[in-house]
Design a protein. Structure first.
Length: 193
C-alpha cells in the first residue's frame, strides 16, 4: 500500500513539473515578460505587437494602435516586440529600448514610426535629441549595444510563434496578422474586457 502511494506522489510531482515547464516555456508567455510596455500594468487585456520600425505596414498599424491606447486608456497593456529584417530594424529597436532606459520609450517609439521611411543609424541620434534623451547615456547604450541581446531574443521568439507577416498582434493570446482596422481590434478587445 505504501509503495502505491509513493508511486502516486511521484506521478503527481512529474505531472506538476510538466505543466509548470510548459507554462514557462510557452512562447506566448515568454512574450508577455521582459519588455517595456505602455498602458496599465495589471490590465485584463494584453496586446503584444511585433513590429519593425522601418516597415510601412508596422507604421500604418501603429496609428491604429495609438488610437486603441487612447480609447482603452487604463484598460489595456501594450507590449512591443521587435521583428528585425535589416540592420536599420535592429538599431531602431535598440534605440527604443535605450530610450526606455531613460523612461522615454513612448516618445522614441512614436518618433521612429513617424520617420519609418527615413531611419538610418545617424538619424537615430538626431531623433534621440528631438525626444530629449541624455545624449551621452544614449550614445553609450547604442555603441555598446546594451539591448542587442533583448532585441535578438524578440526575433527568436517571433520565429517560435511562427510570425511571418508584420505587424502581428496577439490580443490575450489571439493571433491577428497584418494590418487591421481599429474596429476589428476593438471588437476583439471588447469581447475580452
Amino acid at each position: 500500500m505504501k509503495k502505491k502511494w509513493n508511486f502516486l506522489w511521484i506521478v503527481l510531482i512529474i505531472l506538476i513539473w510538466i505543466v509548470a515547464y510548459s507554462i514557462v516555456t510557452n512562447p506566448y508567455n515568454q512574450a508577455k515578460r521582459d519588455k517595456s510596455f505602455l498602458g496599465a500594468e495589471n490590465a485584463s487585456v494584453t496586446i503584444i505587437s511585433f513590429v519593425d520600425y522601418s516597415n510601412n505596414d508596422s507604421a500604418s498599424s501603429e496609428v491604429v494602435m495609438k488610437n486603441l491606447r487612447n480609447k482603452y486608456e487604463g484598460k489595456i497593456k501594450f507590449i512591443y516586440k521587435y521583428y528585425n529584417f535589416t540592420n536599420v530594424s535592429y538599431y531602431s529597436a535598440m534605440a527604443a529600448e535605450c530610450a526606455a532606459s531613460q523612461k522615454k520609450f513612448e516618445k522614441m517609439h512614436d518618433k521612429l514610426f513617424e520617420n519609418y521611411y527615413n531611419i538610418t543609424y545617424a538619424s537615430i541620434f538626431v531623433f534621440s535629441s528631438e525626444v530629449y534623451l541624455a545624449k551621452e547615456e544614449f550614445r553609450l547604450c547604442m555603441e555598446n549595444e546594451l539591448y542587442g541581446q533583448s532585441v535578438l531574443k524578440d526575433y527568436e521568439l517571433a520565429k517560435k510563434l511562427k510570425i511571418s507577416v508584420l505587424p502581428t498582434v496577439f490580443i490575450n493570446g489571439l493571433k491577428v496578422e497584418g494590418y487591421r482596422s481599429s474596429a476589428i481590434y476593438s471588437k476583439i478587445i471588447d469581447e475580452e474586457l
